[in-house]
Design a protein around this ligand. Structure first.
Ligand code: ATP
Length: 589
C-alpha cells in the first residue's frame, strides 16, 4: 500500500487493483493524495521547465555567436564547435521536453487509475442513495482530466513562470530590450487577467448547461418507448433544444470574448516583436549592439511572449479542467455510504429490525417511522400496504442500500448497512421494484456479473424455474440482455432477475413485487422457489400487491404511513383484516 502512495506513477499491471481501487483508502484521503501528487508533479515539471527554458536560449545565442564571431573571424573550427554545442543542447532540450510530457501523461494515468473505481463506487452509491445522476459525470470528468494533462496546455504556465530567464538575457543584451520585455510581460499578464475576468464565469456556465442538457437527454432516452408511443418527441425536442440553445448561447458568448482576447494578444505579441526589432535596428545603427544581438533579441522576445500567448489561448482548457476536478472531488467527498472494509462471514441467524426510522435527505418527515420486528431462518414474511406506505423504502433499508436515520437492521447481529458489500452480496438476494438486467449475457446476469460457476448458474436458473425458458432462446445462457436488447419479455426479464437473486442460495431474500410481470405459471414457479429457499433456511421478505402470492408467507406485515399496523402469523393477520377470507382459506385447506 505504501509503495503505491510513494510512487503513484508506477503502474502495477493492468489487472491488479491498487489499494485505492479495492477500497482500503478512504475517498477523501485519495483526493488529498491526488492533490499532493499533482503538486509534486508540478514541481518536478517546473524544474524540467527551468532546464528547457534555459536550453531554449540555444538558438538566440547560436545565432548571435555565428553572426558576431564566426562571420567576423571566418573561423571554421568555431563554427563547427558552436554547431555541435547547439545541436547537443537542442537534443537535450527535446529529451527533457519529452520527459516533461511523459511526466504529465503518467500523472494523468495515475489519477485515473487511482480514482476511477472510487468514483464509480461513488456514482453507484449516489444513484442508489438519492437517485443522483451527477456522480456519473465525475467518471467523464476523470477522462477529460487525463486528456488535459496530456495536452500542451498544461505546461504553458510553467514556461511562462520561467520568463525571467529570457528577461534577464534581454537586460544583459541591452537595458532597453529588458524594458520592452518587462512592459510586454506586464501587458500580456493584464490581458490574461482580463481574459479570465471576461470568460471564466461564462465558460463554467456553458459547461454546466451542456452537462445538464446531455444528462437530461440521456435520462429521457431510457423512456424511448413511451416517448414514441405517446408522441412526446416534439415537446421533448423543444425542451431539449431550449436547454441546448442556452448552453450554446453562453458558449458562444464566452467563445467570442476569449477569441477576441486571443487575437488581441497575438497581435500584441507580433507588434512587440516588431517594436523590439525596430529598437534593435536603431541600436545597431547607433552601434550600441551588434547585428547578431539584434537578431537574437527578436528570437528571445518571441520565446518570452509565446507561453503567455499560449496560456491565454488555452485558458478555457484550464478553467474546464479545474471544474472537472472540482466535480470529481465533490463526487468523492459526498457523504455517501461508509461501510466496513472487513468482509463479514456468512450468517445463519435471525433478522432483527430495531426501531428503524428513515427520512429522505433534506426531508423532515420520516418515510419509515420506527419499525420493530424479527424473523428467524426459514421464515417468509409478506409485506402489504397501500401505495406510498413505504414498502419499497423498507426493502431498501433491509438490504442496506439506504442508511437508517435511526435504529437499524441486523442479520445475525451484523448491521446490514455497514456490511462490506461483496460479502453481503454473497448472502443476500434483492429484486428491486423496477427490474433491470445489466449489459451482458443471461449467464453473466444470473452470476451477478462475476466469474460464474456454471453449476451455481444452472442451480439458480432451476430454482427460479427459468432453465427451460432460457434453453429455448437462440443463444441460451449466452443471450445478450440489458438496456440495449429487446430479446426478452417483461416476465422473462423478471424471472431471470429472480434467478439472479437466488444465485448462491442467499440467506436473505428481499423481493419487491416479484410477481408484477408474471403470469400464473411464473407465479407458481416463484412460489416454488420461495418454498425451496425457506426449506433451505433462508429468510424471505416479499412485497406484493397481488394477494395470491402471499399464501406462501408464514407472517404478514401491514405497513401504513410508514408504521406497522399489523404483524403476525399470516392466518391471524388475514383474519383481522378480512374475517371471511380466513374461513375460505380454512375450507380450502
Ligand atoms: N428519496 C426519496 N426522497 C423523498 N421521498 C421519497 C424518497 N423515496 C421515497 N419517497 C417517498 O416515500 C413514500 C414511500 O415510497 P415507497 O416507494 O417506499 O412506497 P411503496 O409503499 O413501495 O409504494 P408502492 O406500493 O406504490 O410501490 C412515497 O411517498 C415516496 O414519495
Amino acid at each position: 500500500m505504501r509503495d503505491t502512495v510513494r510512487n503513484p506513477l508506477i503502474s502495477k499491471g493492468p489487472n491488479r487493483a491498487t489499494p485505492a481501487q479495492n477500497g482500503t483508502i478512504a475517498p477523501k484521503l485519495l483526493v488529498l493524495r491526488a492533490r499532493r501528487v499533482f503538486v509534486v508533479t508540478l514541481l518536478y515539471a517546473a524544474l524540467l521547465s527551468a532546464c528547457i527554458n534555459l536550453l531554449q536560449l540555444t538558438m538566440p545565442l547560436y545565432m548571435m555567436q555565428v553572426h558576431d564571431r564566426v562571420l567576423n573571424s571566418q573561423s571554421m573550427d568555431t563554427l563547427v564547435m558552436l554547431t555541435i554545442l547547439a545541436l547537443g543542447a537542442l537534443i537535450v532540450l527535446g529529451v527533457l521536453d519529452y520527459i516533461r510530457a511523459l511526466t504529465f501523461q503518467a500523472m494523468g494515468s495515475a489519477v485515473v487509475r487511482w480514482l476511477n473505481l472510487p468514483v464509480l463506487t461513488a456514482a453507484v452509491q449516489a444513484s442508489a442513495d438519492q437517485g443522483l445522476a451527477r456522480a456519473t459525470q465525475a467518471l467523464r470528468d476523470l477522462t477529460e482530466l487525463r486528456g488535459f494533462l496530456t495536452s500542451s496546455a498544461v505546461s504553458a504556465p510553467l514556461d511562462a513562470a520561467w520568463s525571467p530567464i529570457f528577461l534577464g538575457v534581454l537586460f544583459l543584451l541591452h537595458p532597453l530590450f529588458g524594458l520592452i520585455g518587462a512592459i510586454s510581460v506586464v501587458v500580456l499578464v493584464c490581458c490574461g487577467l482580463l481574459n479570465d475576468l471576461l470568460t471564466r464565469q461564462l465558460m463554467k456556465e456553458a459547461s454546466q448547461a451542456n452537462i445538464e442538457a446531455v444528462s437530461k437527454i440521456g435520462a429521457t432516452l431510457r423512456h424511448a418507448e413511451a416517448i414514441e408511443a405517446m408522441g412526446m418527441l416534439p415537446a421533448l425536442a423543444q425542451k431539449w433544444r431550449a436547454a441546448q440553445l442556452h448552453a450554446l448561447s453562453v458558449l458562444e458568448a464566452s467563445g467570442i470574448r476569449s477569441r477576441a482576447m486571443a487575437s488581441i494578444t497575438r497581435s500584441l505579441r507580433f507588434a512587440i516583436q516588431v517594436v523590439s526589432l525596430g529598437t534593435g535596428a536603431l541600436l545597431v545603427m547607433r552601434q550600441e549592439i551588434s547585428p547578431g544581438a539584434m537578431m537574437a533579441t527578436t528570437i528571445l522576445v518571441g520565446r518570452l511572449l509565446l507561453p503567455f500567448d499560449s496560456v491565454i489561448e488555452n485558458w478555457r482548457q484550464w478553467v474546464l479542467a479545474i471544474a472537472s476536478w472540482r466535480r470529481v472531488e465533490t463526487a468523492l467527498k459526498e457523504d455517501l455510504a461508509v461501510r466496513q472494509t472487513m468482509p463479514t462471514p456468512r450468517s445463519e441467524g435471525d433478522l432483527v429490525v430495531d426501531k428503524l426510522v428513515y427520512a429522505a435527505p433534506g426531508i423532515d418527515v420520516p418515510i419509515i417511522k420506527g419499525i420493530n420486528f424479527s424473523l428467524s431462518p426459514g421464515e417468509v414474511l409478506g409485506i402489504v400496504g397501500p401505495s406510498a406506505a413505504g414498502k419499497s423504502t423498507l426493502a431498501r433499508l433491509l438490504v442496506g442500500i439506504l442508511k437508517p436515520t435511526a435504529g437499524g437492521v441486523f442479520l445475525d447481529g451484523n448491521n446490514v448497512y455497514l456490511w462490506e458489500r461483496s460479502s453481503f452480496g454473497q448472502i443476500a438476494g434483492y429484486l428491486p421494484q423496477s427490474v433491470s438486467l445489466l449489459e451482458g449475457t443471461i449467464r453473466e446476469n444470473i452470476a451477478r456479473m462475476a466469474e460464474s460457476d456454471p453449476y451455481k448458474v444452472l442451480e439458480a436458473a432451476r430454482l427460479a424455474d427459468v432453465h427451460d425458458m432460457i434453453g429455448r432462446l437462440p443463444l441460451g445462457y449466452d443471450t445478450p440482455v440489458g438496456d440495449g436488447h429487446l430479446t426478452l419479455s417483461g416476465g422473462q426479464r423478471q424471472r431471470i432477475a429472480v434467478a439472479r437473486c437466488l444465485y448462491g442460495r442467499p440467506r436473505l431474500l428481499v423481493l419487491d413485487e416479484p410477481n408484477a410481470n408474471l403470469d400464473a405459471l411464473g407465479e407458481r414457479a416463484l412460489i416454488r422457489a420461495i418454498d425451496e429457499a425457506r426449506s433451505d433456511g433462508a429468510i424471505v421478505i416479499l412485497i406484493a400487491h397481488r394477494p395470491a402470492i402471499m399464501q406462501v408467507a408464514d407472517k404478514l406485515l401491514v405497513l401504513e404511513g410508514g408504521r406497522i399496523s399489523q404483524f403476525g402469523p399470516r392466518t391471524d393477520v388475514v383474519a383481522t383484516m378480512m374475517p371471511g377470507e380466513t374461513r375460505r382459506e380454512g375450507t380450502a385447506s
